[in-house]
Design a protein around this ligand. Structure first.
Ligand SMILES: Cc1cc2nc3c(=O)[nH]c(=O)nc-3n(C[C@H](O)[C@H](O)[C@H](O)COP(=O)(O)O)c2cc1C
Length: 182
């Protein structure tokens, strides 16, 4: 365990997830941080964790129609001071597929919320990860939306989460958090 002033370094991975795939990413990040010797837990925004009780925060949201879930944006707004005053990392669980030549850094892919969050919180990083879509889980509105020819995002069925990319990103967070303790 990494100690800081006699205390274990404790990280919270807060997530907003409608159908569970972002929750899975958050849990995998927390597990990797624990493997790297930190204390870490994944918590839903709905349980309203206090970022002020942790040494570092990871905050992620599923992306719908180009935006973070309202719950995640509101969590960031509510906890702005605590997030700005400790190391914070953001992630978005968004695209399912990308057109040729488009990358996850493309402005069309990065949710519109991120620019203002960068200004408000000064996160160490923001990353977009591929998500997952199980049509059987969708509610009526989402199902209808998915059928719209004008839908901006292409929404194929499947699990496109890139566990290697997620794990590597978590390793970088673990290294940065531990670096502060030395
Ligand atoms: C109706 C609908 C709209 C979506 N819109 C977007 C979008 O605008 N941008 C994006 O990157 N992903 C979009 N997605 C993909 C979701 O972000 C992806 O399925 C994500 O992994 C869902 O996370 P969750 O299971 O935690 O809710 C959309 C999915 C659905 C079903």
């Amino acid at each position: 365990m990494h100690r800081h002033g006699g205390l274990f370094m404790n990280v919270v991975v807060v997530y907003a997830s409608r159908y569970g795939s972002t929750k899975g990413i958050a849990e995998s990040i927390a597990a990797r941080l624990r493997e790297r010797g930190l204390e870490a837990e994944a918590r839903s925004v709905d349980s309203n964790p206090d970022p002020g009780a942790y040494d570092a925060v990871v905050l992620g949201s599923a992306v719908y129609l180009g935006r973070w879930m309202k719950e995640a944006a509101e969590f960031a707004e509510r906890n702005r001071a605590a997030l700005a005053s400790r190391p914070a990392w953001l992630f978005s669980s968004g695209p399912l597929t990308l057109k040729d030549g488009v990358t996850v850094d493309d402005p069309d892919v990065v949710p519109t919320d991120i620019a203002s969050l960068r200004d408000a919180i000064h996160p160490r990083d923001h990353r977009v990860f591929f998500g997952a879509l199980d049509p059987g889980k969708l509610g009526f509105a989402q199902r209808a939306m998915r059928m719209l020819p004008a839908a901006r995002a292409v929404l194929p069925e499947g699990d496109f989460r890139d566990w290697d990319a997620i794990g590597a990103w978590a390793d970088g967070i673990a290294a940065a958090v531990k670096d502060r303790t030395s």
